[in-house]
Design a protein around this ligand. Structure first.
Ligand SMILES: C[S@@+](CC[C@H](N)C(=O)[O-])C[C@H]1O[C@@H](n2cnc3c(N)ncnc32)[C@H](O)[C@@H]1O
Length: 214
């Protein structure tokens, strides 16, 4: 079996039962998701893709704020997509795919998106830089990439950081300590970046906008 298929099977195993209480439990530690959504400047008719959309929690919240946006979600886990389909009830087009290599025309009939969201997914995607590169390939001119994930916990006590990371590892989650630097590098010369750390480094948030006409 390929590495991608293995990873998809692992994600299905992780979420087969967890998805049933995912939204309520993650509310308390996937911090910054609402900050990301509140900072999205979505116009009516904009195409919004969440890569690794999980249960569809974020897409449902985006829909509430921007009812005229066109919503799309992909995830490698069929299990998570069962929950997302139930929650979104046809309000978003959803598909099973790998974040690191996907064909949006084939999946959704769209070549590019005005907004692409990564929310607490890069910490679960082994080739997370590959996933960011793939997203940039499908971002429309003038489009924005929105990212939130675990930060380096740099301004939190050491015991908290160690405990958090040990616990996250049990769920196959690895905070990407170089995520902020990777976004910075991606923005150099080609895009405008607005990034910050949230909650004393618990999370990192970034918004990268590609110039129009490129
Ligand atoms: C912690 S959940 C985050 C879900 C959602 N974005 C949120 O903020 O609630 C991580 C998600 O990433 C998905 N995922 C992991 N690796 C992936 C990959 N290579 N391609 C697509 N989805 C992936 C998992 O199946 C899971 O749904």
């Amino acid at each position: 079996m390929s590495e991608v298929a293995d990873h998809g099977r692992l994600m299905d195993d992780v979420y087969r039962y967890q998805r049933l209480f995912y939204d309520i439990s993650r509310k308390y530690y996937l911090l910054g998701r609402d900050h990301l959504i509140a900072n999205m400047q979505v116009q009516p008719g904009d195409r919004v893709l969440e890569v690794a959309c999980g249960t569809g929690r974020n897409l449902a919240a985006i829909r509430k704020r921007h009812p005229r946006a066109l919503l799309f979600g992909l995830d490698i886990s069929d299990q998570m997509l069962i929950s997302a389909r139930r929650k979104l009830d046809g309000a978003a087009r959803l598909a099973q795919a790998d974040a690191c290599s996907f064909d949006p025309e084939a999946l959704f009939g769209e070549a590019q998106f005005d907004h692409i969201v990564f929310s607490y997914s890069l910490s679960m995607i082994p080739d997370w830089q590959g996933a960011l590169d793939e997203a940039m390939r499908h971002l429309a001119p003038g489009g924005t990439l929105h990212v939130v994930d675990f930060g380096d916990q740099g301004r939190l006590p050491d015991w908290f950081k160690r405990g958090l990371r040990g616990w996250l590892a049990r769920f196959h989650v690895t905070p990407r300590d170089t995520l902020g630097a990777a976004l910075q590098e991606m923005s150099e010369g080609t895009a405008a970046l607005s990034a910050c750390s949230l909650y004393r480094g618990y999370a990192v948030y970034g918004r990268l906008t590609r110039p129009s006409g490129r």
